[in-house]
Design a protein around this ligand. Structure first.
Ligand code: NDP
Length: 453
């Protein structure tokens, strides 16, 4: 690794203690950039990297709310405004009990490069809370969202910071958040994306991340003259990203045999067809049930409960050709990565953010499989969020076909820029290096142009 990069990494670890996910995300990017610094000393002299690892602003606040029994509840809210060199801060809100400063900083850091790759004018940010919507009534979720937005609204705006959804923040939460913003700010603007279709949302935004990860996989397969037709696919998660990845894979002739939630995973050897997927979507989005119920409802399905004592996830140990990790960070450990390669998987397109540990990424690259890292493969969500912002500004809506066509074009362009950058900087075929370098260059050049700010 370049000497100045090693020193910077040491500094990041010392200055941001107890934030392992942030260290992991920064290390992965820095690891790709040594060759860029050698060819472009101007980035090192302007200390671009040192600036990039430091968020422009970190907001942390108390979120008090009342549960259905009238008892006060206190959560912690965050917004990380990471980098605004190429546009307003943009990135989702995550509501999950595991949320902390380090996890949101890792997500905000990844978002900077991802948003740059989309070619849209979007800076990077991320936010959320350790609030757990699971098991809470709609009224409790509404009161929490209203309290969260009462503070957040001071810091966001359609031209400064535009949040969206992420884990635990879907259409219901975006609705409550938008309602409270509008009430306090007294203006109807595109301050959030992922809105309902009747009040400023874009067609295809709900589907975009899952569809986009499949479009990216399609581009990777096309480099070998192949398609998804007849291929067996492993998908993890059963939330927004996973559901639409499965839908698109079915449309492309793939056979999906797994899905999961935090309780465990299911293996359906006969394949999750359109009818079963509709049942699953109703289970997850309307009845808010658990994936174990799928195994109880459909014959021939095996349920594997999560077990922290087991050193691998059985979901990644089935025979298949393609894998779409679409649940959460570090869900594919080194053993899982080895199992995937051993069982025939040669296309991995990440719907989730940083779902594969560093040792797993190394293993994929060493095995020469088609590996699309999250910051490239899941950029379809934020890309359509960018298109939602454009439509809001025009006060106009594009048709489903128009948005889907733009999404496909963005994913194909990201794929090409990853391959081009990897080739130009001496790592042909390596999508990780390509994504990091292509994402970095645009932001770094904008930072150079804008001076020391
Ligand atoms: P959802 O909340 O809709 O779904 C998340 C899914 O992952 C659920 O099935 C959930 O299970 C499971 N999950 C969450 N945390 C864990 C955990 N610690 N262990 C095991 N399973 C877990 O979120 P999304 O589908 O929106 O997000 C999934 C991933 O995609 C995240 O990494 C997110 O950052 C990323 N992403 C999302 C985008 C979007 O547009 N929504 C855009 C780009 C990336 P359970 O219900 O039991 O919690």
């Amino acid at each position: 690794m370049h000497q100045s990069i090693t020193a910077l990494m040491d500094d990041v670890v010392a200055k941001n203690p107890a934030e392992p996910e942030f260290h992991q995300a920064v290390l992965e990017v820095l690891d790709s950039l040594g060759v860029v610094l050698e060819r472009h000393p101007e980035y090192a002299s302007a200390r671009i990297l040192e600036r990039m690892v430091e968020p422009e602003r970190v907001l942390m606040f108390r979120v008090p709310w009342s549960d259905d029994d009238g008892r006060p509840q206190i959560n912690r809210g965050f917004r990380i405004e990471m980098n605004s060199a190429i546009g307003p801060y943009k990135g989702g809100l995550r509501f999950h009990p595991s949320v902390n400063l380090g996890i949101l900083k890792f997500l905000a850091f990844e978002q900077v490069f991802k948003n740059s790759l989309t070619t849209l004018p979007l800076g990077g940010g991320k936010g959320g809370s350790d609030f757990d919507p699971k098991g809470r009534s709609d009224n409790e979720v509404m009161r929490f969202c209203q309290s969260f937005m009462t503070e957040l609204q001071r810091h966001i705006g359609p031209n400064s910071d535009v949040p969206a959804g992420d884990i635990g923040v879907g259409g219901r939460e975006i609705g409550f958040l938008f309602g409270q913003y509008k009430r306090i700010a007294n203006e109807f603007t595109g301050v959030l994306t992922g809105k309902g279709l009747g009040w400023g949302g874009s067609l295809i935004r709900t589907e975009a991340t899952g569809y986009g990860a499949v479009y990216f996989g399609k581009e990777m397969l096309a480099t070998r003259g192949e398609t998804f037709e007849g291929k067996t696919c492993l998908v993890s998660g059963s939330g927004n990203v996973a559901q639409y990845a499965v839908e698109k894979l079915l449309e492309f002739g793939g056979k999906v045999v797994t899905m999961s939630d935090s309780g465990g995973s299911i293996h359906d050897p006969s394949g999750i067809d359109a009818e079963k997927l509709a049942w699953m979507m109703d289970l997850k989005n309307v009845r808010r049930g658990r994936i174990s119920e799928y195994a109880e409802h459909f014959p021939g399905v095996t349920y594997y409960p999560s077990d922290a004592a087991v050193d691998h996830n059985p979901l990644w140990a089935h025979e298949a050709q393609c894998a779409f990790p679409s649940a959460t960070q570090n869900e594919v450990n080194a053993k899982d990565a080895a199992n995937l390669v051993k069982n025939g998987v040669y296309v991995v397109s990440e719907g989730a953010n940083m779902p594969t540990v560093a040792a797993g990424v190394e293993l994929f690259n060493a095995a020469g499989i088609l590996y699309g890292p999250g910051k490239a493969a899941n950029a379809g969500g934020v890309a359509v969020s960018g298109l939602e912002m454009a439509q809001n500004s025009m006060r106009y809506s594009w048709s489903r076909e128009e948005v889907d066509e733009k999404l496909q074009r963005v994913m194909a362009d990201i794929h090409t820029s990853c391959l081009d950058a990897a080739e130009r900087f001496g790592a042909p075929g390596n999508y990780v290096t390509g994504a990091n370098i292509a994402g970095f260059l645009k932001v770094a050049d904008a930072m150079l142009d804008q001076g020391l700010v």
